[in-house]
Design a protein around this ligand. Structure first.
Ligand code: NOJ
Length: 530
């Protein structure tokens, strides 16, 4: 028996950009509620909300100043209860973000912690004496901008650690009282009906207890992002870090059928360690489709090695995009984005769809004077800026793409593609990307072999990736063309005939394949094996 988060499809909402209901140019919870019918129509099973907590927004919500509240920009706690109720009424689960590595410097805990060296909450954050020369305690660098990960608090004469912005001090998970307070945050939200958590930077909770310097990266060059100057041996994925996941999981297991998802930027082998022995993450996020070259052979090798590395009982998952990465339609192009969606929704494991990717939204254009992302501001010129993938959802072809009232300026500009590329237009168009995404979702939901069957790949000609999903003798062949040229592939020996049930171009349904499969440019086929 599989659980909802194994069978289901997760849809990530970046709340600032989904739907503005009160005309301030920023999306909000009532706005999300207005769009739940769309998500139900689309057929996804769960929504994951990026943070909606009170926050000074130095990192657009990933700097939390109250873990048990709602930012007035987004609404109220009552709105969150309303959203959870409305989502559940439509059979949609609700997953919230849990930013446990760091809080905002405006959180009352940090205000107390910095008040004096002997404040009871001093040790809730990570404080160290200056180095003998008065400088930072060690060489650790901030992920944002590459300056020191330490800021001196003049008043108390010590440095505090911040893996990201100085406005995001790291919490000290070695302190039992802090730990209890943060674990209670999980209980607070589960009691309100939340179905799971996506844990921010799950690989960083526990730093080296001895605060050793990170080694220099020998291959680092001036044109590379400044923070990559060091190899992060002592700041991420430390041996102790696995402990923190167990603490979280034990609390999540106090409630039935909740899911714990970890954001982990790690090589496959290290990432799968975060399943633990069924006592850590249900789903350590697998971002490798985003970071691997977009090639058939590479993707096959990735899927095969992931499958072979998964511990017994571990459930796979796949991600094509999120609020930190350039959009898939921009990375691989509009035609390949359709094929990519076919891949995402046919691989074995829980898929996560980033809002707007179902219509093939590309990155938005951000003029220099509209840049807001602190990462871009602190490390300009490396293409790291995340504003382009956070532009408002393109709902329709009207002013501001239906995201906010016509006379209101949205917090980030609406992407230039919106007059033609929007959800309303695509709903009317039988062969649109939205139509494809919706049909892929429906097929995946309807066919157990596609949502819980086994996976195996087949040898394929260059540029093509052929694999099978199967359960109880029901077998499906997926054939994908990663190139803009046609490819003819022999059918695998094990498949004598197959009938196309869905094609990326939505025009070959019902065709019987025998002996070989001809794939047009950028085409993907999902076929039932006869
Ligand atoms: C990962 C989040 O996804 C990203 O948006 C954020 O800036 C960092 N963690 C810091 O919280």
């Amino acid at each position: 028996m599989t659980l909802w988060w194994q069978r289901g499809i997760i849809y990530q909402i970046y709340p600032r950009s989904f739907q503005d209901s009160n005309g301030d140019g920023v999306g909000d919870l009532p706005g999300i509620i207005q769009r739940l019918d769309y998500l139900q129509w689309l057929g996804v099973d769960a929504i994951w909300l990026s943070p909606t907590y009170p926050s000074p927004m130095a990192d657009f919500g990933y700097d939390v100043s109250d873990y048990v509240g709602v930012n007035p920009l987004f609404g109220t706690l009552a709105d969150m209860d309303w959203l959870i109720g409305e989502a559940h009424a439509r059979d949609l689960k609700v997953i919230v973000d849990y930013v446990g590595n760091h809080s905002s410097d405006q959180h009352v805990w940090f205000q107390e912690s910095r008040a004096s060296r002997n404040n009871p909450r001093r040790d809730w954050y990570i404080w160290r004496d200056p180095a003998p020369d008065g400088g930072p305690p060690n060489n650790w660098l901030s992920r944002f901008g590459g300056g020191p990960a330490w800021t001196l608090d003049e008043a108390t004469g010590q440095y505090y650690l911040h893996s990201f912005l100085p406005e995001q001090p790291d919490l000290n998970w070695r302190n039992p009282a802090l730990r209890e307070a943060m674990l209670d945050v999980l209980r607070f939200w589960m009691k309100r009906g939340v179905d799971g958590f996506r844990v921010d930077v799950a690989h960083r909770f526990m730093k080296d207890a001895q605060f050793r310097d990170n080694p220099l990266r020998p291959a680092w060059r001036e044109d590379m992002p400044p923070y990559s100057r060091l190899v992060e041996v002592y700041t991420k994925n430390t041996p102790d870090n696995l402990e923190a996941n167990r603490w979280l999981r034990a609390v999540v297991d106090e409630y039935p059928e909740r899911v714990l998802i970890g954001e982990l930027f790690l090589p496959l082998r290290e990432m799968v360690a975060y399943y633990g022995e069924g006592d850590q993450y249900h789903l350590p996020f697998n971002f490798h489709l985003i970071f691997s070259p977009w090639r058939a052979d590479v993707t096959r090798a990735l899927a095969d090695s992931y499958e072979s590395l998964l511990p017994a009982g571990a459930w796979p998952n796949w991600v094509l995009g999120n609020h930190d990465q350039h959009r898939v339609a921009t990375r691989v192009g509009a035609a390949q984005a359709r094929m990519a969606m076919t891949l995402l929704l046919t691989l074995r494991g829980t898929p996560t769809i980033y809002y707007g990717d179902e219509i093939g939204m590309p990155d938005g254009e951000i003029p220099p004077d509209r840049v807001l992302d602190p990462l871009e501001k602190r490390s300009p010129g490396h293409g790291l800026g995340r504003d382009p993938e956070r532009t408002p959802m393109q709902w329709d072809g009207g002013p501001q793409a239906g995201f906010c009232p016509p006379d209101v300026a949205p917090w980030l500009p609406v992407g230039a593609s919106y007059p033609t590329l929007n959800a309303a237009a695509q709903r009317e168009e039988p062969t649109s990307m939205l139509a494809l995404t919706r049909r892929l979702i429906a097929l995946r939901r309807e066919q157990p072999a596609l949502h819980e069957g086994d996976y195996r790949s087949f040898a394929s000609p260059p540029g093509a990736f052929l694999f099978e999903r199967g359960q109880d003798g029901d077998r499906w062949l997926v054939a994908l063309n990663f190139t803009a040229e046609p490819i003819t592939s022999p059918l695998p020996e094990e498949v004598s005939r197959a009938v196309v049930r869905l094609s990326t171009h939505l025009d070959r349904e019902g065709e019987t394949l025998a002996g070989q499969v001809e794939l047009r440019a950028d085409e993907g086929l999902v076929c039932r094996v006869e």
